[in-house]
Write a new protein. Sequence first.
Length: 364
Amino acid sequence: MLPIYQPYLPKECLSYAHDALDSTWISSQGVYIDKAKELLKEATGSRFVVLVNNGTCATHMLALGLKYKYPQIKKLIVPNNVYVAAWNSFLYSGGIELLPVDAHPDTWNMNTGRIGKQQDDTALLAVHNLGNMMNVPELQKKHPGMIIIEDACEGLFGTYNGLSAGTASLMGSISFFGNKTITSGEGGAVFTQDEDLFEYLNSVRGQGQSSVRYVHDKLGYNYRMTNIQAALLYGQLKIANRIREMKRDVFDLYKKELSSVEGVKFQVEEEGTTHAQWMFAVRFEQFTFERKRALELFLFENNIETRPMFYPMNQHPYLKNYQSDMTEAIRLNHQAIMLPSFPELTRGQVLAVCRKIKEFMRTQ
């Protein structure tokens, strides 16, 4: 079975994790915590970085930081076609009403054209679906005074107006899960340019410890990244350019081979942005849900794993009470699929996937 994703872990990358194990510093202290943090800052231009144990915890830190910095915020504008962790992270804390906005048919991100004038008690969560960037600086110009935070878990290395994902807003969360471009197995980070917010988040991730060891001055969580995770992350960041080039070749070949297929559409990038190229997906504009499922089954039977585009949020049973216009989110779920997108995917494998898609379109 050709998997949807598998991490690129050459020996040179793993050597740092072996070194962390040999050092016996295997928990949340060790030299690789700072080493990985500094490489991330260098790679993204973020002034401050907080390393945490996974991407969902990183996004939960956005909720905690928002409450800390702007306690007057009571509502949050959110996209309705994202992975559930984006919503869960704010539902954990409570006290903030989620205001869903439908997807844009071209970018597959939140349709910001449907955001009207908002009160001072409302913030916005930008999510970069599959690595396609929302242009946060331009969004800020259109909505001056609105607090924007970013779930950039799928957006590492994407840019808007020359800035890295997660760096132009109040805070941005990053994921290093096993299927992300850069992985530490599990792991995440929060970017911010605000020193006060950094100090708060850095304390919260470590049980709310104050500047005095074992004196805790706030409610906190055990969200710390381990030295082993950080060592793997450090090794991945050392070869990040190579990984990105490999993925770029995969994306370019898919587009070249599938652009001539009737009814096929790809994500459209906003002006001034560059796609992070996390997961390649294709939309079949004439498909019904049943026909898309038939394609998924056909590819599975030919040993090709795929993944559906995220379900509209209120189709999850525990979120069914969130009623809003989800017309485009439903269409995307019915018409779009993600294809194998890992760095070591060979030219022959990409061509084989494309041949099978074309065969399905001709014969079924």
